[in-house]
Design a protein around this ligand. Sequence first.
Ligand SMILES: Nc1ncnc2c1ncn2[C@@H]1O[C@H](COP(=O)(O)OP(=O)(O)OP(=O)(O)O)[C@@H](O)[C@H]1O
Ligand SMILES: [Mg+2]
Length: 257
Amino acid sequence: MSGYAEATIRSFPPMMNIIERLKKIMPKHVQPITTNRDEYFAVVEKISREASQKTVELNRQNRLKYLIGRSGISPLHQDCRFENYQAYTADQRAALHQAIAFAKNFGSGFGGFVFSGSCGTGKNHLAAAIGHCLINKGKSVLCITVADLMMRFRSTYEKHAEWSEEGLLRELCNVDLLVLDEIGIQHRNSDNTQILINQLVDRRTSHKKPIGMLTNLTGEQISGVLGERVLDRMMMDNGIWINFNWESYRSKVKCHA
Ligand SMILES: Nc1ncnc2c1ncn2[C@@H]1O[C@H](COP(=O)(O)OP(=O)(O)OP(=O)(O)O)[C@@H](O)[C@H]1O
Ligand SMILES: [Mg+2]
């Protein structure tokens, strides 16, 4: 125990005095957790350890605001939850259940996911629902389009850039779940994009951190764009692949604002 902690305990008023004084002002039904000094300090230590753990986790999610200028999930998908995902067909129900299972089992392995399929089928919806669920469990989540990611990396070369390229890469590897959106949409300088995605997938999987991918491309097409190694790593440790091949939901979306 540190000198400071010992001195604090020695100078702490005797336990029974405190309890007696508190009893005078406490309602009758409130009982002290313990009257034993050691137990009391153990409880205080546990409470403060839990509180500081929560602060660390909250800070990790808040850091994303500095990193990309917003919370980890885009404003458009802030309301997406498992509960409001309409599953009409067996394939949609299977997709929903796999997404729920991914969020539930998060932390037990480092397998990621690929949601591949046509427009408006709910890939972002289910990825955001996973994200919200994990954030509620104290995990940090970032869902970012490849175009935004590239823009963010380019900004590290500006004169007074706040982040170095390596610093940004490190932060992106620290996030508990990183979801890369719009994989395969043609980008300016696609060689750099391919190198960066390779680097991220490589680093994260070697640190046993999962990564999610959302794309309109098929497996074969992604393999052509990103290379065989990336897909191979995405399927490590029971990584999941879901095909979203049903009609777009977008015409049913209503604005409730
Ligand atoms: N099954 C569903 N139930 C409820 N809302 C849905 C469903 N599918 C999609 N949506 C809603 O439709 C809109 C479009 O969905 P989303 O952004 O997830 O599509 P996407 O598959 O990512 O499409 P794209 O490939 O074009 O990016 C979102 O507002 C989403 O919440
Ligand atoms: Mg999308």
